[in-house]
Design a protein around this ligand. Sequence first.
Ligand SMILES: [Zn+2]
Length: 335
Amino acid sequence: MTGRAKLLFVLTALSLVLIGQAVLATSVKRVTVNCPICGREIEAEELVSTNNLGGQDTDFLTRAGGQNPIMIIAITCPQCLYSGYLGDFREPASEEFKAKFAAAKLRPLDSIEKPWVRHDLIAQVMKLKDAPAGKLADQYLKVSWAARLADNPFEILYQRLSKSEDEWVSVHYKELENFERDKNPAEREVDDARAVLTGVDAAPAEQRYVMVLYALRKLRDHGENELVAQAMPLLQPHLDADDWSLLAVRVNASAEIERRAQRKALVYYTQASQSVETSADARIVHIYLCGELQRRLGHYEQARAFFQKALTYENKPAWLDALVARQLTLFPAGQ
Ligand SMILES: [Zn+2]
């Protein structure tokens, strides 16, 4: 792993998510808490340990081996919809806040069984608690991560590859063993997917479907929704027209849940980066994330402007130059 990738891990540990020591899998224990608003008893899971074996996406989502903590840590009371992390449920609520909460009427957009919905409700509760812009931005970023981790519309097709297609995957994985080994595993997967796509035209006809599907699944895994949208037409010749159209709608709907949260995170990161209360170290991370979120949303001009702004900072962190240079390679030609 490069020094910059290591720094990214440290940075995330400080600013965004809980990271335990590297162990083999995420482990949790069952706990019971009472809702500080309505008193209902709630069963929850407490994170005991986690890991970063899967590396880190370039918007700082740490990829755990085993279950990702992001999918565990958000708690919603099924009775009154009060939402928070375990610590929030262990703190009493004032009568004043209870009255404010009762008047607010939270509106979940989908089932509270879905982690992204619970993270979204946490953001709504944070607003009632007058959380600063930086915290709201981090929370909406978590909503986008939970959406990314929840759904990959390519997975079903991938699980149903034929024997010969499966063989291509096995051979490819063997070739991958020596591919950019020192790289952050999450970036490596994205770069591998892009390399596979560039080889599709030259590949034998019977291999093209598995190559495209393999690459799309990886890109979707890492929330590279714009790269997915660009490559989707490559899958079209391999599916029945109605099937293709249904899949395209599903892929877009799934990405849209992530994009909605990214747009909200972007608004609050922009606010936070302009606030006098933000420290210089946090500000540069906010500006980088504004660039990265704009890129993920396909707004390349704005993304480039934020990246360039980040690069002009005097005390920029050591990892920034290399990371921005790499992110610029993901821009489509001519952008
Ligand atoms: Zn409650």
